[in-house]
Structure formats: structure tokens, C-alpha cells
Design a protein around this ligand. Structure first.
Ligand code: DGP
Length: 117
């Protein structure tokens, strides 16, 4: 059984977060340490620790994460100029929180790749 992270508490609104969207499958909120003018995380409401844990039965929630990311990008005003979607997986991918999250980044030219230095 996977261990819950702080993101489960955000979904249940047990700790504060700037939630921009929530439905039956996903929650989206602003990253606490933004790497771009717009930086939002879209996460499944159910705990899936990493992309290495996704199963065929998760296709609905994974698809919802993408359509919600697109909708949020439009609402944030970053869709016309373009943006980046990113999911880090495990240690080599730089994943810090083991509850999968789709980064939605935009609002400035992001270059060929993002680096946290
Ligand atoms: P990653 O390296 O892909 O696992 O990114 C984790 C992101 O989660 C990182 O950009 C910071 C963000 N984050 C971590 N803890 C919190 C939190 O408590 N609240 C919010 N809003 N974001 C968090």
C-alpha cells in the first residue's frame, strides 16, 4: 500500500493550497515554488505514486489530467503563446512528491528544457 503524501491532504483540503480546479477525478493547484509565472500541478484524486505505477484502469484519470491542464492553460492566459506539461518519475526524473503530478508551466519562454540548477 502506497504511503500518502502532502498532496492527499491538499485534495481533502486539510492543509491550505491555492486550488484552481477540482472534480471527481483530479485536483489542480498552484505550485508552492513556481518555476514560471504560471505553474500549476494537476494531480489524480486517487493516490498513484509514480508513472511507473499507472495501470490501464487509470486511463480515464490520466486523460482527465490532460484535458484539465489544457483548460487551465487557457484560463491562465498562457495557451496562445504556449506552455509546457511535465511529469517527473522517480529519482532520475527528479520526482520529489510520490503522488503523480502534471506540471503546467508557462508565461515566459521556457527554453529547450527546465533546470532547477
Ligand atoms: P516534483 O519534483 O515533480 O516531484 O515536483 C514537486 C512539486 O510540488 C514542486 O514543484 C513543489 C511542489 N510542492 C511540494 N509541496 C507542496 C505543497 O505543500 N504545496 C504546493 N502547493 N506545492 C508543493
Amino acid at each position: 500500500m502506497a504511503e500518502e503524501t502532502i498532496f492527499s491532504k491538499i485534495i481533502r483540503k486539510e492543509i491550505p493550497a491555492d486550488i484552481v480546479y477540482q472534480d471527481d477525478l483530479v485536483t489542480a493547484f498552484r505550485d508552492i515554488n513556481p518555476q514560471a509565472p504560471a505553474h500549476i500541478l494537476v494531480i489524480p484524486n486517487k493516490l498513484i505514486p509514480t508513472m511507473d505505477d499507472v495501470e490501464t484502469g487509470d486511463e480515464a484519470v490520466l486523460g482527465r489530467m490532460m484535458t484539465v491542464a489544457s483548460k487551465i492553460a487557457r484560463e491562465e492566459g498562457i495557451a496562445d503563446d504556449g506552455y509546457r506539461l511535465m511529469i517527473n518519475c522517480k529519482q532520475h526524473g527528479g520526482q520529489e512528491v510520490y503522488h503523480i503530478h502534471l506540471h503546467v508551466l508557462g508565461g515566459r519562454p521556457l527554453g529547450p528544457m527546465l533546470s532547477r540548477g
